[in-house]
Write a protein that binds this ligand. Structure first.
Ligand code: SF4
Ligand code: SF4
Length: 508
C-alpha cells in the first residue's frame, strides 16, 4: 500500500544548492510561495523539498550569492514513444485526486509554430529599402469599420472636405495592444501598470472579463472594456468608460468552455469591480445565456452600441477553431467593427489541461483563413482584424500583419516582461512573481511604476524593430503591409499549409 502520492518523488525539478555559496540568509525561504525552501531548526540551516518546486526560478533570481540553480529532474522513465512521461504523471495525479488537470498560461505542446516557418522579404536593387532613422515610418493604426467608399466635397472656402461620416475608430500609435487579462486573474498593480503603459504608448489594453476599477477610468481613452458571459462589472458607466467594447465569445486557450475565478481571489477591490460578494466564486458560463445565434449576437452588438451612443467601436473576440472563417464572416455581418481571433497557444489564468492542449487551431492558419474569407466576400473593410494568442516577438507581429491582421494583442509577452517565468501555476493564486495572485504579500512584488516602465520598453523596442523590418522591405507604413502576403515565403510547409496561409514557398 502506498502512503504518499505515487508521483511525489517523480517531481519535475531539482533544487541545486551550492553549500559553499549559501549563507543561510533565508531569502529563498521568504520568496518561495510553495514552501519548497524551509529553515531546519535542528540543523540550523536552510533546506529544501524538491517535490514542492514548481520551477518558477524566483529563488534563483533573488539569491544574493547565486547559490541556487533550478534544474529539470534527471530521473527518467524507460523511453516509450507512446507513453511519454507526461501521460504517466497525469494518470498518477488523477488516480490520487480524481480531479480535472488544471493548467495555466499557453499550451506547451509541440504543435507547429507557423511563424517559424515564414520568412520575410527584403528589398535589394529595385524598390530600395527605407532607413527608418532618416525617413518617416508610419505605425499608426485605426481599428473599426471603414466605409464602402469615401465622398469628398468642398467647404465654403473651396477646400476639400470629407463628406462621408466615418464609423468610430480606436487610434493606436503602434499595432501592439495588451491582451485581455481580468482584474482578479491578475492583480490591481498589473492592471494599473497596463493602463499607464497603454496610455504612454498611445495604444490600448483590454480589461478582460473582470470589469474596470473606478480609479482606472481616467485611462479610458486607451482601454477596451470587455463584456463576457459572466457580465462581471458591466454597467452603463463601464461601457462608456473605454475607447472600445469587446464581446468575448471565446478564448484561444480554452475554446468552448467558461471560466472560474475561485472565491479566494475575490478580495474587496475585485468584489467592488466585479459587483459580486467578497469570497464568492466568479463563474463565467461557457455560452452567453442570451446568445444562441448570429441574430442574438447582432442584438447584443446593437444594444452595446445604443448604450455607448455609437461613440466607440464594438469588437467580438472568438477562439480560433475549425470553421473560424465562416464564424468570422457571420460576426462581421452581425455588425462587429473589430474581430479578434485568439489562437490556441494563447495564455490563460486557468484551463483544463486537456482543453488547452487539444482544442482549437494555431492563430497563423486561423488569421490567414479569416482574412481571405472576408476579402472573398467583399466585407474585409467592414471590420478590423486583431490577432492574438502566440505572438512572441516583433517579427511575429510583422508576419501577422502580412497575413491580414490590423493589429495584435500580446498577453504572455506582457507578463514575461514583468518577470513571469511560465511556470504555468497561475491557477493556484500563489504566483511567486506577484502577477497571477491577489495575495497582498505576493502582489506587492509588482510595483506599478516599474512594471509599466517595462511594458513601455518592450513595446517601444518591438515598434523600433517593426520599423526596421518595414524599411527593409521598402515599405514606409504598416498599412502597406496589411494582408501583403507577397512579403512572406514559407519553408518546410506542405502545399495545403501554403495554400491556407496564402504564401509561396521560399525560392519562388
Ligand atoms: S537565498 Fe541563497 S544564500 Fe540565501 S538561504 Fe537561499 S540559497 Fe542560501
Ligand atoms: S503569471 Fe506567475 S504563476 Fe503564472 S506562469 Fe507566470 S510566473 Fe507562473
Amino acid at each position: 500500500m502506498l502512503f504518499q502520492p505515487i508521483n511525489k518523488n517523480y517531481h519535475e525539478f531539482v533544487i541545486d544548492r551550492d553549500k559553499d555559496r549559501c549563507i543561510n540568509c533565508k531569502v529563498c525561504v521568504r520568496q518561495c510561495s510553495y514552501e519548497a525552501h524551509y529553515w531546519d531548526e535542528n540543523r540550523q540551516k536552510v533546506m529544501h523539498d524538491n517535490s514542492k518546486c514548481i520551477g518558477c526560478h524566483r529563488c534563483e533570481a533573488l539569491c544574493p550569492t547565486a547559490a541556487l540553480t533550478i534544474r529539470r529532474n534527471r530521473s527518467e522513465f524507460r523511453p516509450n514513444a507512446n507513453w511519454r512521461p507526461v501521460f504517466l504523471q497525469n494518470i498518477y495525479k488523477q488516480a490520487d485526486t480524481g480531479g480535472v488537470l488544471l493548467a495555466g498560461m499557453g499550451s506547451p505542446v509541440d504543435i507547429p509554430v507557423y511563424w517559424d516557418r515564414l520568412l520575410l522579404d527584403a528589398s535589394q536593387v529595385t524598390n530600395p529599402s527605407i532607413d527608418p532613422l532618416r525617413e518617416p515610418m508610419e505605425l499608426r493604426t485605426f481599428l473599426g469599420a471603414k466605409p464602402d467608399k469615401v465622398e469628398l466635397g468642398n467647404d465654403a472656402e473651396g477646400k476639400p472636405v470629407l463628406k462621408t461620416k466615418l464609423a468610430p475608430q480606436i487610434k493606436l500609435d503602434t499595432p501592439i495592444m495588451f491582451a485581455a487579462m481580468s482584474f482578479g486573474a491578475i492583480n490591481f498593480n498589473l492592471h494599473r501598470a497596463m493602463a499607464r503603459a497603454a496610455t504612454e504608448l498611445k495604444t490600448a489594453y483590454n480589461t478582460g472579463e473582470g470589469g474596470l476599477h473606478r480609479s482606472l477610468f481616467k485611462y479610458g481613452q486607451h482601454t477596451i472594456v470587455q463584456v463576457a458571459s459572466g457580465r462581471f462589472g458591466v454597467h452603463r458607466d463601464y461601457l462608456n468608460a473605454g475607447c472600445g467594447i469587446e464581446i468575448k465569445i471565446g478564448q484561444g486557450a480554452k475554446p468552448g468552455i467558461g471560466g472560474h475565478l475561485p472565491g479566494e481571489k475575490i478580495n474587496d477591490k475585485v468584489s467592488e469591480t466585479r459587483m459580486i460578494p467578497i469570497g464568492s466564486d466568479a463563474i463565467s458560463p461557457a455560452p452567453h445565456h442570451d446568445i444562441y445565434s448570429i441574430e442574438d449576437l447582432l442584438q447584443l452588438i446593437f444594444a452595446l452600441k445604443e448604450a455607448s451612443e455609437y461613440k466607440v467601436p464594438v469588437s467580438v473576440k472568438i477562439a480560433a477553431v475549425h470553421n473560424v472563417a465562416a464564424i468570422a464572416s457571420g460576426v462581421v455581418r452581425a455588425g462587429a467593427d473589430i474581430i479578434t481571433v485568439d489562437g490556441m497557444r494563447g495564455g490563460t489564468g486557468a484551463a483544463p489541461a486537456m482543453i488547452r492542449d487539444n482544442v482549437g487551431i494555431p492563430i497563423e492558419l486561423a488569421l490567414a483563413s479569416v482574412d481571405q474569407r472576408l476579402r472573398d466576400e467583399g466585407i474585409r473593410h467592414k471590420a478590423s482584424v486583431v490577432a492574438a494568442g502566440g505572438i512572441r516577438c516583433s517579427a511575429d507581429v510583422v508576419k501577422a500583419i502580412a497575413l491580414g491582421a490590423d493589429a495584435v494583442y500580446i498577453g504572455t509577452a506582457t507578463l514575461l516582461s514583468v518577470g513571469c517565468t511560465l511556470c504555468g501555476r497561475c491557477y493556484t493564486g500563489k504566483c511567486p512573481w506577484g502577477i497571477a495572485t491577489n495575495d497582498p504579500r505576493l502582489s506587492k512584488r509588482q510595483n506599478p511604476d516599474v512594471a509599466s516602465g517595462k511594458l513601455v520598453n518592450l513595446v517601444q523596442a518591438w515598434s523600433h524593430e517593426i520599423q526596421e523590418m518595414l524599411g527593409g522591405m521598402g515599405l514606409n507604413s504598416i498599412e502597406s503591409l496589411r494582408g501583403n502576403r507577397d512579403k512572406l515565403r514559407g519553408v518546410g510547409l506542405s502545399e495545403t499549409e501554403l495554400d491556407i496561409l496564402g504564401v509561396k514557398h521560399a525560392g519562388r
